[in-house]
Design a binder for this molecule. Structure first.
Ligand SMILES: Nc1ncnc2c1ncn2[C@@H]1O[C@H](COP(=O)(O)OP(=O)(O)OP(=O)(O)O)[C@@H](O)[C@H]1O
Length: 277
């Protein structure tokens, strides 16, 4: 089954989605739409429901109410293969790949495009090597995936996603274990791909600098959606994240030709509280 042509249909549409466990509702009546070609950041405090929402979007969790549509099709009504051709996922923790080489792990991106017994042909191999080169891992092609550094693993998984040729790349906190250089590098790499990206972030400044659009959730509810300039206000940082901060223009705003918010946090609340004891 082919996905419907996109036209004006959003790439992702979430309609009245609720999900929970036992008697606890974790995601509450979420409605949102994501357009193709954007880099979208998902923000929210710890426990807000970011991973749960992403899991509903990449079909790991089935909502108890509402639905997720991919280019107009309910994701639970398309085949697993068709879904995998369209949606790739990079998670925070890389599961062990049992001594598979970088080449082997990247080649797994071809799986949804192959029939059960079809071999990897010359074109496939070219695509795999190109993806490995694109993420700067050519010198590690035959190295075992498990022996890579955290940043290299994330890059290998992005190479696997490139080979998968999805319409949507979902990343759940892909940079949280990485040093600052790799955080920027991974996000700029994802941004350079010709694919719609939805990524969750804890670093709000990084999100502000790479995202076209931001979604904020808190206590399982969508609070707001808009450009970084619209969303990252001092009021929102106080209301949702409970921090006192100043939002100014990032020094590179002029070269980006748009206002990129830069957050400076104020410290000392706890010290003040202790002094009051
Ligand atoms: N399988 C589960 N069983 C019980 N509770 C769950 C389950 N999955 C999620 N939760 C709860 O749902 C809430 C949202 O969790 P989720 O991991 O989606 O939040 P998050 O925004 O990604 O958090 P963080 O930023 O800390 O990673 C949390 O209170 C969590 O404990």
């Amino acid at each position: 089954m082919q996905l419907k042509s996109q036209g004006t249909t959003p790439l992702i549409s979430v309609s009245d989605l609720s999900w929970g466990i036992a008697d606890k509702t974790i995601l509450k009546s979420i409605n949102l739409q994501l357009n193709a070609g954007q880099f979208i950041g998902l923000l929210g405090p710890n426990g807000a429901g970011k991973s749960s929402l992403l899991r509903c979007l990449y079909r790991y969790l089935k909502p108890q109410q509402g639905a997720v549509f991919l280019a107009g099709d309910n994701i639970w009504q398309i085949s697993a293969d068709e879904f995998a051709k369209n949606v790739a996922v990079v998670l925070q923790e890389s599961p062990s790949q049992f001594n598979l080489s970088v080449f082997d792990v990247v080649s797994l991106g071809l799986t949804p495009h192959k029939t059960l017994f079809s071999a990897t042909n010359a074109d496939d191999k070219k695509r795999i090597y190109q993806a490995i080169e694109q993420v700067g891992l050519s010198h590690h092609t035959q190295q075992s995936f498990d022996s890579l550094s955290g940043g290299e693993k994330q890059r290998a998984l992005i190479a696997r996603s490139i080979v998968q040729q999805p319409k949507l790349l979902i990343m759940d906190e892909p940079t949280s274990h990485l040093d600052v250089k790799y955080q920027i590098q991974i996000m700029e790499l994802a941004k350079s791909l010709d694919v719609t990206v939805l990524a969750s972030f804890h670093d709000l400044n990084l999100a502000a600098s790479v995202c076209d659009e931001l979604l904020v959730i808190d206590e399982g509810q969508l609070i707001t959606q808009g450009t970084p300039k619209e969303v990252l206000t001092e009021q929102l940082l106080s209301d949702v994240f409970g921090v006192c901060a100043r939002v100014s223009a990032h020094p590179q705003s002029t070269s980006f030709d748009e206002f990129v918010p830069h957050i400076t946090y104020y410290y000392g609340y706890n010290r003040q509280e202790h002094q009051d004891d």
